[in-house]
Ligand binder design. Structure first.
Ligand code: G3H
Length: 526
């Protein structure tokens, strides 16, 4: 019986007919793009029509850019010159309104990107925590700067200031959390933002437009819709963007960067693709390794930048590892996001099952086999994870970031094999290393930390906890994100210096006592 629990039913279309520009929720009268979910509402499969979003073009994009530039006003706007406490107040107002939208946002996370109920709730709650943690960290940053230093007869009051106008583009797999991991620090540091949601996970942001409008001064947050090519490209071409903040693919990041006429002025904050390997050494605790490899490779169907996307298993244990791993893969439950105990869910991109099939066919043609019974089983919106073994370097699944349910396995004899592959790879985000003998682990760790930016010992790869640095080498990232690092990534050190003499001393004391400067302050924010 195909039943959708009442709270998760789509009872009406959500047509997003407004966009936020210059503090106004403007009505869009142009073309709209229909939004469909790959999840069916009926027993006989049919994509579900969820609503529509504006299909904007250059004119609307440049209108948003003008609004952001006006709000920033080359650093002279109210927002970039505001007192830290006041910016924090705006953010607190926003998070209060944000929390009220949990139910709707969680529901649309399930329908738009197919994330399980539990993971959708986690994504929402993690974002709330992220905002509060950012506020706290910003206070700490401010307190640490609420002082003067003196060197060689010069006083300095050093703080972090905003960079300017930020174009913010988030990914579809974490349309809320990862987007906010860019937006929130960018805003709180005093930048003005133009934000365009990803290709999926757009309607879930609809309830937040009003909250943004009411919480921040006009033009500080501008939200537009449409294809990247049509809206982001013309914005970049103007050269008026100071920061490109993008979580997604390096190809789009490079293409957008290339449009900017003054590249030296453009700061990049990028979270890009990865091909994180799992390396399982012969002495590893196999049950632990298998369990971590299951969640690492297949949670949210492998659609995580941190997902384990290639396995290197030592030849002494490969048979046993594969046996235990495939048994667990085939036991994973596929279903709609709200179903009890479901682990695999519909893929939000309609073309994804066909793409994964191409990777499988290519690997099979080049000598791999599907080693699990259910591997490759297809339905309209899914393809069951195929575990492919033995995989070699000529196969597309070895090279490409599959970002979906297919698992390539290679065996190795000498640890130098996976290390060489990682060194040759275009990616360098994280690795999972499974083993127990410290004599083999120690030198490996010393090498791996230079190939990637996080070595997960006996556990799968992940971004969290969000206070830890999240970054990557090569094509995997530019700049570091974490609650703390993001505040730094979206700001620059700037300071007031004055020679130590009675004349300046009096001015500095008066400035501080008057409280007239928003920048110069030794107040301790509680
Ligand atoms: O898509 C990439 C995300 O940053 C992964 O985050 O490790 O919390 O799933 P996660």
């Amino acid at each position: 019986m195909y039943a959708i629990p009442t709270p998760y039913k789509i009872s009406a279309l959500l047509n997003q007919t407004t966009y936020l520009v210059g503090g106004e929720l403007k009505t869009w009268t142009g073309q709209m793009t229909d939004v469909y979910s790959t999840i069916s509402s009926t027993e006989v499969y049919k994509p579900t029509h969820l609503g529509a979003i504006p299909d904007m073009g250059e004119a609307a994009a440049l209108e948003a850019l003008d609004a952001a530039c006006e709000a920033y006003n080359q650093g002279q706007g109210d927002w970039p010159t505001m007192k830290v406490e006041q910016r924090i107040e705006c953010m607190e107002k926003f998070v209060t309104a944000f929390k009220e939208q949990r139910e709707t946002i969680v529901k649309y996370l399930m329908w738009e990107v197919g994330k399980t109920l539990e993971d959708s709730q986690k994504e929402f709650d993690r974002t709330v925590v992220y905002i509060y943690d950012t506020i706290e960290d910003y206070k700490k940053l401010d307190r640490d700067s609420a002082k003067f230093s003196k060197q060689d007869g010069v006083y300095a009051h050093i703080r972090r200031g905003p960079l300017g106008v930020v174009l913010c583009l988030g990914p579809y797999n974490y349309p809320l959390n990862e987007t906010f991991a860019l937006l929130i620090p960018a805003l709180i540091m005093g930048n003005a933002v133009i934000f365009k949601p990803a290709k999926h996970g757009v309607l879930l942001l609809s309830p937040l437009l009003k909250a943004f409008q009411e919480s921040f001064p006009k033009g500080v947050v501008n939200i537009i819709y449409g294809r990247g090519r049509k809206v982001a490209t013309p914005i970049m071409k103007t050269g008026r963007v100071d920061v490109l903040a993008l979580i997604g693919n390096s190809k789009s990041a490079i293409a957008l960067q290339d449009e900017h006429p003054n590249k030296n002025r453009l700061r990049l904050v990028l979270g890009l693709e990865a091909k994180n390997p799992a390396i399982v050494l012969p002495d590893a605790d196999l049950d632990l390794a298998v369990n971590e490899c299951i969640s690492g490779s297949l949670s949210f169907n492998g659609q995580r930048c941190t997902a384990l996307k290639v396995f290197y298993i030592h030849e002494d244990i490969i048979e046993e590892f594969n046996k235990r791993y495939v048994a667990k893969v085939d036991a994973l439950k596929f279903g709609n996001p709200w179903e009890e105990g479901v682990q695999l869910t519909p893929l939000p991109e309609p073309g994804k099952p066909a793409y994964i099939q191409e990777l499988i066919d290519d690997a099979l043609a080049k000598g791999a086999q599907i080693i699990n019974k259910k591997g490759g089983e297809r339905c309209e919106n899914y393809i069951f994870p195929a575990v492919l073994y033995p995989v070699n370097k000529t196969m597309r699944v070895y090279e490409e970031e599959q970002f979906g349910p297919v698992v390539p396995i290679l065996s190795f004899k000498d640890i130098q094999e996976p290390l060489n592959d990682m060194a040759d790879s275009n990616y360098g985000q994280q690795v999972s290393l499974f083993g127990n003998d410290i004599n083999s682990l120690a030198p490996l760790i010393d090498t791996l930390v230079n190939l990637v930016c996080r070595v997960n010992l006996n556990s799968s790869c992940q971004r969290g906890p969000d206070v830890f640095p999240f970054t990557g080498r090569k094509d995997s990232a530019v700049a570091t994100l974490s609650v703390h690092d993001a505040l730094r990534s979206f700001s620059i050190r700037t300071f007031v210096a004055a020679k130590d003499n009675p004349y300046n001393q009096k001015i500095l004391s008066d400035l501080l006592a008057s409280g007239k400067s928003n920048f110069m302050s030794t107040d301790y924010i509680l």
